[in-house]
Design a protein around this ligand. Structure first.
Ligand code: NAP
Length: 247
C-alpha cells in the first residue's frame, strides 16, 4: 500500500470522480475524510465500503462554496486528526449556458464552488502541512479549462483559474515539501455528464482520439500517483487524463 499513515481529504467524495478517488485512497492505506454537500447517504456508503475493506473513513458535510462552514469544518477536523496530508479539491458543479444569456448569479455559484472552494480548503489545511514539511494537494481541473468549450464560459474560467492557483501554490509551498498539482479529466461518465443528450455525447466523443469516455477510476489512478511518493519530484504540473482530447 502506497499511502499508509496518510490522512486524505476528498471534497465532493460522495459521488462520481470524488467517490472513486476516496475508495482508491482508502484501498492504498490512507484514512479518508469524505466530504459532501448534501448527499449524506452516498457519502456514508463510500465510507462503509472503505471500512468494509479494512480501511478508515469519515463522512463530513460542508459546502466548499460557504467560506465559514468550510473553515469551521476543517478546523474541527484538524483539531481531531492533527494533520491532513493529502487533499483532493474535487468538489465541483456545472451550470452551463451561452455567454449572452448567462446570469451573474450562475457565474458566482460556479466560481464559488469550483475555484474559491479549492482556495479556501487549501488555505485551511496548509498550516499543519507546512509544519510537517509534507503534503500533496491535487486540484480537479478539466480538459475544458485548457481548451475552452462553447456554453461553459464560467466553468472553463473556474477550471483554468484552478491551474493558476495550483502553480502559485506549488511555487509558494515547494520549500516546505508540499507538492501541488492538478488533473484535467476529459469526458468522464458520472452524474455530471449524465445530463448530456446522446447528440452532445456523440459530438464530445468525436474529439476523443481514444474513442471512448473515461471512467472515474481512471482519474483516481492519476490521483493515487500524485498523492503518493511515486510523484515526489513532481509539482506545479497538470496531468491530462482525457483520452488524448487536449493534445
Ligand atoms: N465528469 C466529467 O466529465 C468531468 C470532467 C472534467 C472535470 N470534472 C470535475 O471533476 C469533479 C467531479 O466531477 P463529477 O463528474 O464526479 O461530478 P458529480 O458526479 O456531479 O459529483 C459532484 C460531487 O461534488 C460534490 N459537491 C458539489 N458541490 C459541492 C459543494 N458546494 N461542496 C461540497 N461538495 C460539493 C457533490 O456532493 P453531493 O453528493 O453532496 O451533492 C458530489 O460528491 C468536478 O470538479 C468536475 O468539475 C468532471
Amino acid at each position: 500500500m502506497i499511502l499508509q499513515n496518510e490522512i486524505a481529504l476528498v471534497t465532493g467524495g460522495s459521488r462520481g470522480i470524488g467517490r472513486a478517488c476516496a475508495l482508491a485512497l482508502g484501498r492504498e492505506g490512507a484514512e479518508v475524510i469524505v466530504n459532501y454537500n448534501s448527499n449524506a447517504a452516498k457519502a456514508e456508503e463510500v465510507c462503509h465500503e472503505i471500512v468494509k475493506a479494512g480501511g478508515k473513513a469519515t463522512a463530513v458535510a460542508f459546502d466548499v462554496g460557504n467560506v465559514e462552514a468550510t473553515q469551521t469544518a476543517i478546523e474541527a477536523l484538524l483539531k481531531e486528526k492533527k494533520r491532513i496530508s493529502v487533499v483532493v479539491n474535487n468538489a465541483g458543479i456545472a451550470k452551463d449556458g451561452l455567454l449572452m444569456r448567462y446570469s451573474s448569479e450562475d457565474w458566482d455559484a460556479v466560481m464559488n464552488t469550483n475555484l474559491r472552494g479549492a482556495f479556501i480548503v487549501s488555505q485551511a489545511v496548509v498550516r499543519p502541512m507546512m509544519k510537517e514539511r509534507k503534503g500533496s494537494i491535487i486540484h480537479m481541473s478539466s480538459v475544458v479549462g485548457l481548451i475552452g468549450n462553447p456554453g461553459q464560459a464560467a466553468y472553463c474560467a473556474a477550471k483554468a483559474g484552478l491551474l493558476g492557483l495550483m502553480k502559485s501554490m506549488a511555487r509558494e509551498l515547494a520549500g516546505r515539501n508540499i507538492r501541488v498539482n492538478a488533473i484535467a479529466p476529459g469526458f468522464i461518465e458520472t452524474d455530471m455528464t449524465a445530463t448530456l443528450t446522446p447528440e452532445q455525447k456523440e459530438m464530445m466523443l468525436k474529439q476523443v482520439p481514444l474513442g471512448r469516455t473515461g471512467t472515474a477510476e481512471e482519474i483516481a489512478d492519476a490521483v493515487l500517483f500524485l498523492a503518493s511518493d511515486r510523484s515526489r519530484y513532481i509539482t506545479g504540473q497538470v496531468i491530462s487524463v482525457d483520452g488524448g482530447m487536449s493534445m
